[in-house]
Design a protein around this ligand. Structure first.
Ligand code: 4AD
Ligand code: MG
Length: 431
């Protein structure tokens, strides 16, 4: 007999049927000659009733001794049972303990630090499993969207020789007697590839030596980045908002049960639609001050400000036209007012804040060289990036979305460390 997934057998169609299932003990309770095992697999949980007189004395004792997270294969008959946690139970005829477990270290009273040290075991919890499934649907949504829109998937290197987003968050690694860095963004490599493929995307790790301890910073995160030839700022924002809504729909379609388990406000996610509001940076400064967040023109948004401001948003909002001096050199200054750049950040509502950074790139050689000089950068270090402006340059735009940030918001989590299987932060490198 081949095994069923638990999710499959939780239906009236299976009432009275003989099945085999495999999984791990989620809960176990004995009352006299009965043992109630709640078994979990990747799909769901189901209550299983084991009777001493059916399985025999020896096996009954064996099962009585093992603890939660022991792995089992069991056979039995499905019965509809309203009082069981998922509406059905299995009357067990026979079972096999495949891998016993004793004293599983994780229980309800453990500290966050303990849970993080034991992340390799904690991933089995129902909450973490729900988050991992939501994350999976998010990745699926990205790939689907980009491919449907004619973007080619491609890859840049992770060992690089220079900064994209400023030197202060670069990780240095020894590289055969030379210095290399872990990449902060695949953007510049994607820019080279648009000359071959026009529209490209990648989902890859990015690295930031973030010294800040916030709810939103990892040192290693997953970055979904895209770049398109002939695109202007507004063209890119359109793709992005449709992408965001596409992914939300995907998650709602496949993972509503998991969102409910996490107590996510589902109606709110359902209410999100395109177009997202656009707000110029200068208006954001007013908006912030009107809502009690002190900010002056030229200030960059810190995590606390972003959180305070976006509590007042009821949709993701694009902030555009940031002052040139607070954005990296590659952003294209607005020809009508070069003191601002043609860029955008997408801020998620409900106190979450920035999930996307993007915009139009400087494509004229003179302007790029001037911006590099202003920032004290040596064009020789970026010779290949500069070359793109010498040989058939075109207007183009792109963006980067922090996948973990996005999952953090979509799932309504407290901290970004819950959004990724193995978080890396300033204080955490294990397991
Ligand atoms: O705003 P950032 O720094 O922009 C770039 O890297 C551009 N080169 C992207 C591009 O245009 N191709 O980063 C983009 C996004 C942020 O909006 C945020 O969601 C995420 O990456 N991010 C982080 N996520 C987790 N931990 C960190 N330390 C992050 N830093 C940025
Ligand atoms: Mg940014």
């Amino acid at each position: 007999m081949s095994a069923y997934r638990i999710e499959e057998i939780l239906s009236d169609e299976f009432d009275g049927k003989e099945v085999e299932i495999r999984g791990w003990i989620y809960r176990k309770r004995r009352t006299g000659k009965l043992i109630f095992v709640v078994l979990r697999d990747s799909s769901d949980i189901v209550q299983c009733v084991v009777e001493k007189k059916i399985v025999g004395n020896e096996k009954f004792k064996e099962l009585d001794k093992v603890g939660v997270e022991s792995s089992l294969i069991l056979k039995g008959k499905v019965r509809k049972e309203e009082r069981a946690p998922t509406g059905y139970e299995i009357h067990v005829d026979d079972f096999e303990i495949v891998g016993p477990a004793y004293n599983f270290p994780i229980n309800k009273d453990k500290s966050d630090e303990f849970l993080l040290d034991n992340r390799h075991l904690w991933v089995r919890s129902r909450e973490m499993t729900a988050i991992l499934k939501i994350r999976d649907a998010v990745f699926e949504g990205f790939h689907e969207f980009f491919r449907e829109r004619g973007y080619f998937e491609t890859q840049g290197p992770m060992f690089v020789t220079g900064a994209v987003e400023g030197g202060s968050t670069l990780f240095e690694v020894p590289y055969f007697g030379k210095k290399a860095y872990l990449t902060q963004s695949s953007q510049f490599y994607l820019e080279t590839l648009i000359f071959a493929l026009e529209k490209v995307y990648t989902i890859a790790p990015s690295f930031r030596a973030e010294k800040s301890r916030t709810r939103r910073h990892l040192t290693e995160y997953w970055h979904a980045e895209a770049e398109a030839a002939w695109y202007h700022n507004e063209d890119m924002m359109k793709d992005e908002e449709e992408m965001v809504v596409h992914i939300i729909q995907k998650v709602l379609e496949k993972r509503k049960k998991e969102l409910k388990l996490l107590n996510r406000d589902i109606e709110f996610l359902e209410s999100i639609e395109t177009p997202f509001p656009r707000m110029r940076y200068e208006k954001l400064v007013d908006f912030a001050n009107e809502h009690g967040v002190e900010m002056k023109y030229g200030d960059d948004l810190g995590a606390d400000e972003e959180s305070a401001i976006t509590k007042h948003f009821d949709s993701p909002v694009f902030i555009t036209h940031y002052p040139t001096e607070i954005k990296p050199f590659y952003h294209r200054p607005d020809p009508e007012n070069p003191s601002v750049v043609l860029c955008h950040d997408l801020l998620a509502p409900e106190g979450y804040g920035e999930v996307i950074g993007g915009g139009e790139r400087t494509y004229k050689l003179e302007v790029l060289l001037q911006r590099m000089e202003e920032e004290g950068l040596n064009p020789e270090d970026y010779y290949w990036y500069v070359d793109l402006r010498k040989y058939g340059s075109v207007p183009h735009a792109g963006f980067g979305l922090g996948v973990d940030r996005f999952v953090w918001w979509l799932a309504g989590l407290d901290h970004i460390k819950y959004a990724i299987p193995y978080p890396r932060t300033i204080r955490r490198l294990k397991p």
